[in-house]
Design a protein around this ligand. Structure first.
Ligand code: BES
Ligand code: MN
Ligand code: ZN
Length: 499
């Protein structure tokens, strides 16, 4: 877990122990400070590089054990490729890659935050540190044993050497707030559904209060009073009661309307009476990744004292088959007053969001709303694990999200909304039905949501079924629950986007 890593900043000095990490470019060039501090070990590095065909390309590293002339146990030279072309995101990834080269058993490591052109700026060093944090996360709270050939993992301190440690520390504090938010989201997604059911999920959001976030939990009775029958219908087959949590961070000007984030929080999705096949069903413990992201985001905004008024709202339910479960053919009246014919009880996320979206628009009149949901398997067919599906009724909001996606690497790909698709969810018996047939499954799901977005509210929907959980491991994410969306939406806010 994240607390196993302590990050510190210092000036440049040759460390006396542990692992020393330095950067070199694709010409094997070291930074000026680095070259000086390595002394004789710099020659050793060049010979080892030649012997090992190490060329310093991005993603590569050269590991030198017991380097002559240095007191450290290991010298790891991390290749940066062409060092002049590195973006902020490249630096985050570089930090992640460097962290990944530190042996699990090492207690101390030092990173010289310097490129051939000279020391990194405080902002750049902080990006590297962020990458190290993102890489270091592990979810191992249920591992009680270690395999024989596995090295023991120890808590470690990584010291990042920079020109101006105080400035780097300040720059990192903001990213640390975001990294903590990502880890919170990852923990929630990884946690199994016997532990993390709606009530427990709601309880965990209370931790945000310490940061000055207002947290309101609505129970079944309160939601029944609000006529949230679409959400409640999904949860009615579960022994675990449904909840809605509304989180408020008021860091902006008093009285200005908030921006709003809405998350699907299906703590477990069996499919209900339209039950899913057994293979892979265990993954449906992650069907609350949207809600997890909203909680992580609210943490990030509050912890870095973002100058924004923001609302986070999550619908928490468990979708189970049961004698009391909702049936295909049932018709429910949503909070908006629109009636919904349930065709497939496995299309439950949109039912939860229908009421939460309506509630948020009515209650807060937000400048814009972004919802996140592991909504459809079809989005994985379309986009795999690389992009979230982006649907929006507002081009400016869509463009701002695309830009934030490029900057953070949490990429989005815009998908269409159109009346022709909307027609596919007209119901024979009610105002709308909850599935639109075999084709364009992610789009008809988004069309469904749009029917519950009040007129005039700019809105975007992110289908994160492929990105929120189970994406392939990268240098900045080794976790099944990825925490996708926290950095994306934190950036949207940090960019000052308010519609
Ligand atoms: N939670 C699932 C979508 C999902 C699938 C997320 C795989 C992550 C990985 C959602 O509730 C669902 O079951 N969607 C159905 C909709 C269908 C019944 C119209 C789907 O995608 O098959
Ligand atoms: Mn489902
Ligand atoms: Zn689901």
């Amino acid at each position: 877990m994240a607390d196993a890593l302590t990050l510190a900043f210092s000036g440049f000095a040759a460390p006396a122990r542990g692992v020393l990490l330095v950067f070199c470019d694709d010409k094997l060039k070291l930074g000026p400070q680095t070259g000086r501090r390595l002394g004789r070990a710099a020659d050793r590095f060049r010979r080892a590089a030649a012997a090992n065909n190490f060329t310093g390309k991005s993603g590569s590293a050269l590991d030198i054990v017991a380097p002559a002339g240095l007191r450290v146990a290991r010298l790891v030279v991390v290749g940066t490729g062409k060092a002049k072309e590195l973006t902020s995101l490249d630096l985050v990834k570089l930090g992640g890659g460097a962290m990944g080269r530190i042996p699990g058993s090492a207690k101390a490591a030092t990173l010289f935050a310097e490129l051939p052109g000279g020391a990194l700026t405080p902002e750049q060093a902080a990006e590297v540190a962020l990458g190290m944090r993102l890489n270091a996360y592990r979810f191992d709270r249920y591992k009680t044993k270690r395999k024989e050939d596995e090295e023991p993992k120890t808590a470690k301190t990584v010291t990042i050497a920079v020109a101006d440690p105080a400035a780097a520390r300040r720059a990192f504090a903001l990213r640390q707030a975001v990294a903590d938010g990502v880890d919170i989201a990852r923990d929630l997604v990884n946690e199994p559904a016997n532990v993390l059911y709606p009530e427990e999920f709601a309880r965990r959001t209370a931790a945000l209060k310490k940061l000055g976030v207002g947290v309101e939990v609505l129970d079944v009775k309160a939601m029944a009073k609000l006529k949230m029958n679409a959400l409640l219908g999904v949860g009615q087959g579960s022994r675990r009661d449904s909840r809605m949590v509304v989180m408020r961070w008021n860091g902006g000007k008093r009285g200005t309307e908030p921006v709003a984030f809405v998350g699907k929080g299906v703590c477990f999705d069996t499919g209900g009476i339209s039950i899913k096949p057994a293979a892979g069903m265990e993954d449906m413990k992650g069907d609350m990744a949207g809600a997890a992201c909203v909680v992580g985001l609210m943490h990030a905004l509050a912890a870095r004292k973002a100058k924004v008024n923001a609302v986070g709202a999550i619908g928490l339910v468990e979708n189970m088959p049961d004698g009391n479960a909702q049936r295909p053919g049932d018709i429910v009246t949503s909070m908006s007053g629109q009636t919904i014919e349930i065709i497939n009880t496995d299309a439950e996320g949109r039912l939860v969001l229908a009421d939460v979206l309506w509630y948020v628009a009515r209650e807060f009149k937000p400048k814009f709303m972004v919802d996140l949901a592991t909504l459809t398997g079809a989005i994985i067919v379309a986009l795999g694990h690389e992009h979230a599906g982006l649907f929006a009724n507002d081009d400016k909001l869509a463009d701002a999200l695309a830009k934030a996606g490029q900057a953070t690497g949490e990429k989005v790909w815009r998908m269409p909304l159109a009346p022709e698709y909307d027609k596919l969810i007209d119901s024979k018996f009610a105002d709308v039905k909850n599935t639109g047939g075999r084709h364009a499954g992610s789009i008809t799901a988004a069309q469904f949501l749009q029917r519950f977005v009040r007129k005039g509210v700019p809105w975007a929907h992110l289908d994160i079924a492929g990105t929120g959980m189970g994406p392939p491991a990268t240098d900045i994410n080794k976790s099944w629950g990825s925490g996708y969306g926290v950095r994306l939406l934190d950036r949207l806010v940090a960019d000052g986007y308010e519609g």
